[in-house]
Design a protein around this ligand. Structure first.
Ligand code: UDP
Length: 239
């Protein structure tokens, strides 16, 4: 096992991975593949919390760059994360995995509000809990939402599934010599401004001693591989 003693994880997926090979939106077939990975983690005995971004549909910063009011655009981004959460819930239920969506923006007709004690109960019963709408406030990202829920739910690790297989000393897409860290400290990530998660998310994980495992979600079966300690990843942790 990658992090011995891990019982509960929070898996953060950026919205972009739900697009599959499309340029925008949700590819249900691809979401189903991701759901299989989540199911495998749950079936291995872990309690699984999920946070999904919204970048495949809308990002507040992009709206603001085009002249929209930033807070208004951020609320649209939060709504996008709820759509993604519902898509993932549907895929997980197709696989027979009981799932609850809890949103930081209340919308009673579609999902539950975030209630920590209720989320605890869901996890105890083997349900996957998807936390939507980030922290429920503009000027934040779903990375911060993921760190917040990981702390609140006392997760043993935050797994960040993204398009690169870890944290590099420079951008691997621009620099062929870029080196991947196996492990790196929170403080180095913050001091060197390494691209992992935004600073508030990293600081929250540091202050609550939650390791961040950065890995590629693009390869099939990688969640299980990484959890088993057989994958490629970077662990952000204290010294
Ligand atoms: N967002 C926000 N507050 C939050 C979480 C998200 O305002 O707590 C908005 C923000 O506009 C963000 C968008 O929702 O750009 C989508 O989330 P994010 O960019 O984190 O998605 P990802 O990059 O993970 O797909």
């Amino acid at each position: 096992m990658l992090l011995p003693g891990t019982k509960r994880i929070l898996l953060k997926l950026s919205g972009e991975v739900l697009m599959g090979d499309q340029d925008y939106g949700i590819d249900p077939a691809f979401v189903l593949e991701l759901a299989k990975e989540v199911k495998a983690a749950r079936d291995s005995g872990l309690e699984v919390c999920l946070v999904i971004g919204g970048g495949n549909i809308f990002r507040g910063m992009a709206g603001a760059a085009q002249g929209m009011d930033r807070a208004q655009a951020d609320y649209m981004g939060m709504l996008a994360t709820v759509m993604n959460a519902l898509a993932m819930q549907s895929a997980l239920e197709q696989l027979g995995v009981h799932t609850r969506v809890q949103s930081a923006l209340q919308m009673d007709q579609v999902c539950e509000p975030v209630i920590r004690r209720r989320a605890e109960r869901h996890l105890e019963k083997g349900r996957v809990v998807i936390f939507a709408a980030g922290v429920g406030a503009p000027y934040f990202t779903t990375d911060s939402g993921a760190a917040l829920r990981a702390a609140e739910m006392k997760c043993d690790a935050l797994l960040k599934g993204t398009s690169v297989d870890g944290v590099y000393d420079s951008d691997p897409k621009k620099n062929a010599q870029a080196k991947r860290f196996d492990t790196v400290t929170y403080d180095k990530v913050l001091a060197d401004n390494l691209k992992v998660m935004d600073a508030s998310a990293v600081a929250l994980c540091r202050d609550n001693d939650i390791p961040i495992v950065v890995f590629s979600i693009r390869e099939k079966g990688n969640v299980a591989r990484v959890l088993a300690g057989e994958g490629v990843q970077t662990i952000v942790q204290k010294d």
